[in-house]
Design a protein. Sequence first.
Length: 704
Amino acid sequence: MSSEHFNNQIIESQLACLYAINRLVDTIMHGDNQKKLFENITNLIKDTLGVDSVRIVFIDFKRPLANIIRNKLHKNLWIESHLDIPSDKWAKLFHGWFKVKSFLWYPLYKNMGGFYLLTLYQISQRRTWSNDDLVFLHIVAKCLEIAIHTSNLQNKYQQTEEALREKEASLRQITDNMPDIIFKISAEGIIQYVNPVVQDILGFSPREMIGKSLYRFISRDDSKLRISERVKLNSVTKESYRYQHANGHYLWLDSVIMPIINETGRGFKCIIIARDITDHLLIEEQLQFLSTNDSLTGIYNRSFMEKALKRTVAKAKRGNKSALLVIDVDNFKLVNDTFAHAFGDRVLVFLVSLLKNYMREEDLLARLSGDEFALLLEGSSLEEAKQIAEKIRGDIYDQEFYLDKEIAINLTVSIGAVLIDGKLSYQKVLSLAGIGLNTAKNTGRNKVVFVESDEGIIASYTEKNQIVSLIKNALRENRFILFFQPIIRIANGSVNHYESLIRLQDHNGELMLPHTFIPVAEQFGLMPQIDRWVFGAALQFLQANPHIKLFMNISGQSLGDKDLLLDITRGILESGMNPARIGFEITETAAVKDLVQAECWINQLKDVGCSFALDDFGSGFSSFSYLRFLPVDYLKIDGSFVRNLEKDHVLRSLVQAISSVANSLGKETIAEFVENESILKILANLGISYGQGYHLGKPVPYIA
């Protein structure tokens, strides 16, 4: 075989190898494994060139060998060495390491961490590398560089793609679990994505919303939302819209609109984060309502009334007079204590519905406190205000309020009224109306009291202040005196017991009757001290008069003084006397004001052995139902029912009814204001047990 023919065969063999390598390199473009590629290529080179070993290795720059190889490569494109070259000391050393006769290293792809080498080894014999071999290896090296570079790019792409998938999965997990709705919207307003929480908030599934226009789910009244405009702004905007729920109702959602910017710096779609603020807005509305209105009745509150009064006073200064009525339910506490607060609330709502019937369009009704209301009559004269106030009082008196089918109560109201003429501040107007209200209550209730100026009030306060000084001095100087009035058994005229009645001796030695100083003492909170004095004096009197049975009065204010109750109980027990000789009286009005405390006093003192009487019975509340809470021994019929028994048959019927109720409850009756023999006989015929009055015995400072 000629050398030319042999060379041609080598060239053909190398070309076939290159073709095969090129096809192998092409496979890496489609994702084949780099290690497998290198293995196939090195086998082709080994077979084509007939060498003992071919490898492709990666040399890390951190390894010492890397510097040696780099220095060699700096002088040539490849490293070639043979064992029979004695001048090449480095080659001899290397041959000693690997036991090879000849080798050839050709540099391939280099990156930041190191470089690849194509290494050929001849172990059995020395090999001379021809130019054709080197050209062939150069072409192979370039193919391998392309393959390695492509493989690295694919690895980086796969790593990037995997990282993106991980980020997308993390982002999807975050958005899927966020409590707010997240929309991805095109510039045309089409929903491209929405997270699952939308179904919890709006009732639509993501599948029902994706692909549809966002405008379909937003109230038409909020049509100001234009996605394309928000995208063009290239800035975050925040607005609130009403979104329609799947059930048809609307919810307020606070929406943050964030445009997505493309590579040109322009927005082409947007993200909307929407939070349900419906409950928040409802709470705000409720708070706003409660700042001016009463939560129970829905009418205005005291704060709003005061502001309105201020404006009304300003108008009155310009000649537009008005009037203010302050209305309070009489004995309302008894309703709460007897029937529970829920029934009391119903009574207040019922009262408001009645009061609205008397309002004109310009008038204003407000709840000032528990059972106290104010009616501002704009542009009303004094006479008009009086007529309206009396109409309200009378109509409520005639009404019956049914708590249920079986229980009906009769209400009365006390009204304080004042004309607004611009001379007084709004605070003073309220104060005067309140004084009128208190006057109406203190003088019998179910009344209207007009207060026209504060001059009389100032004079009254001065007089009251003088009486307060007298009371305090009397307590310090022991200038109170007890008088005693007998309670007579009507059947035989015998004395059953005595009632102790207090008098105050002034600095001139004159006696002041209770009606002069007791109301003042109640107003200034001095009654517990007076009751304490009375108990001490009565106890001394009983010890000095062992044949006497004595009742003493307890004021309504004292019912709240637990220390006084404890001192009275201790005083009775430590005195050693028979508790049956001691009795107490409390007015019906005081008892119904604080039914719980009254029951506490009665039960505790009856447990000790004392008796109890309910004074002025019939003058207060019109229902007997509270008597089941008060285990008193006596009902003292108010004198207003007794003094005119001779002339008024209706009064006789009322007294007869009281007697019947008392008998059915196992209680005895005492009639006050027995002024003559005729009244005494009528009482006897009506079955009344006891009588008290001037006809039977006047109050005296001692008992013979």
